[in-house]
Write a protein that binds this ligand. Structure first.
Ligand code: PMP
Length: 387
């Protein structure tokens, strides 16, 4: 007898990401300016690409250690220590992963038992809640507001904590809001984690892209290293999205648990990309600095221009997203994004795909050329001024 469906209930109930739908719509049109994608507009530095080519020429085409090339782990260890003041042991506290995406996945699978709750602060990166569900857990959301620069308060967190809460996922600088949490903000969240004995998955993939203040890692806050799973990678700061390379740092017990999943599900991250990442950390920091300066200039232009048009936004301290309010237009975020695409050929992402509290906003990525940003501002202006 034929089964009605071969699919697991969990997967059947999972909704596809709302961002995809917009890409598909835009892909069928010509002359579209895309402010939709969450990736750098830079090509990976030449020396980094060359290191990968050299590794191929030298015949390094086999697996690496499960946790990644020791040379790369040593570089990551030095980098985390020097840049963020959070040294991790290359021997047993770092795993090189297939993007920060896989790091998030193994972190959640290592800690979640069926029914455990993980707090997701919204608006949030689209993968967090689905990854919690795929790990067998329950994603419990906390909403943040523009009035508070999309920062969560201790009280808001405490309201949703139950005896089943295991962890909080934190993302600073944030996708989609660009908000960066300062030391004081992190201390507040750390107090909650300590009081209720929670872990924090700290997604620091945008750590290199902070523009006004020095980035502070959650693991650098007193008493937090032991309860932090720090997730980062090369995609954003080093403009290496297609290489699929990230890493996760955590105390030994947690790292070894994640490594068990990683060795069975993935074996290791791509070897060629690992050689490229060694070069990125050894010699690529100057290029990161240049990219940061360029993003900062574009952020300043874009935030200023949107505010001038009456699409109010807070100044995002990091990442490459602006999250303006579109409430003054009277449209929902989906109506706004759809009509802007069809009428003016500018692709943005409606805020509601990042959770309920994203409604009334759109996410624009300013990782686009200055000319394209200027043209998109002209188009947005004519869109909102149309009767
Ligand atoms: N975390 C956040 C907040 C992101 O925005 C992204 C990419 N959009 C990721 C993780 C995944 O990055 P990676 O390419 O390293 O898998």
């Amino acid at each position: 007898m034929k089964k009605t469906s071969y699919l697991s209930k969990t997967v059947e109930e999972l909704k596809p990401s709302g961002i995809r739908r917009f890409f598909d719509l835009a892909a069928g049109m010509e002359g579209v300016i895309s402010l939709g994608v969450g990736e750098p507009d830079f090509v990976t530095s030449w020396s980094v690409r060359e290191a990968a080519i050299l590794s191929l020429e030298q015949g390094y085409t086999s697996y690496t250690a499960n946790a990644g090339l020791m040379e790369l782990r040593e570089e990551i260890s030095a980098y985390m220590g020097q840049s963020f003041g959070v040294p991790y042991s290359p021997k047993n506290e770092i795993i090189v992963t297939v993007g920060a995406s896989q790091a998030l996945d193994i972190a959640l699978r290592a800690i979640v038992d069926p029914g455990d709750e993980v707090i997701v602060i919204e608006p949030s990166f689209v993968s967090y809640a689905p990854l919690v569900v795929l790990a067998g857990g329950k994603a419990v959301t906390v909403n943040t507001k523009k009035e508070n620069d999309f920062k969560v308060s201790k009280e808001e967190l405490e309201q949703v904590i139950t005896s089943r809460t295991k962890a909080i996922i934190l993302c600073s600088p944030n996708n989609p809001t660009g908000t960066m949490l300062g030391r004081e903000d992190l201390i507040g969240i750390a107090e909650v984690a300590k009081k209720y004995d929670l872990l924090i998955l700290s997604d620091e993939i945008y750590a290199e892209l902070s523009y006004d203040e020095q980035f502070v890692s959650l693991a650098a806050i007193e008493g937090m290293r032991e309860r932090t799973i720090l997730i980062s990678g090369f995609s954003k700061g080093f403009a290496m999205t297609g290489w699929r390379l990230g890493f996760v740092c955590a105390p030994e017990e947690l790292t070894q648990a994640m490594l068990k999943i990683h060795q069975y599900a993935m074996m290791c991250a791509p070897t060629m990309a690992q050689f490229a990442a060694v070069e990125a950390l050894k010699n690529g920091r100057g290029d990161v600095e240049d990219m940061r300066k360029s993003y900062r200039r574009r952020r300043n232009y874009f935030v200023h221009s949107l505010n001038e048009l009456g699409l109010e936004c807070h100044v995002p301290g990091g990442a490459f997203y602006v999250f303006p309010s579109i409430k003054s237009t009277g449209l929902t975020s989906t109506q706004f994004a759809e009509r802007l695409l069809l009428e003016e050929k500018v692709a943005v992402v409606p805020g509601d795909v990042f959770g309920e509290s994203g409604e009334g906003h759109i996410r624009c990525s300013y990782a686009s050329s200055m000319e394209q940003l200027q043209e998109s501002i002209k188009r947005i202006k004519s869109f909102i001024e149309r009767p």
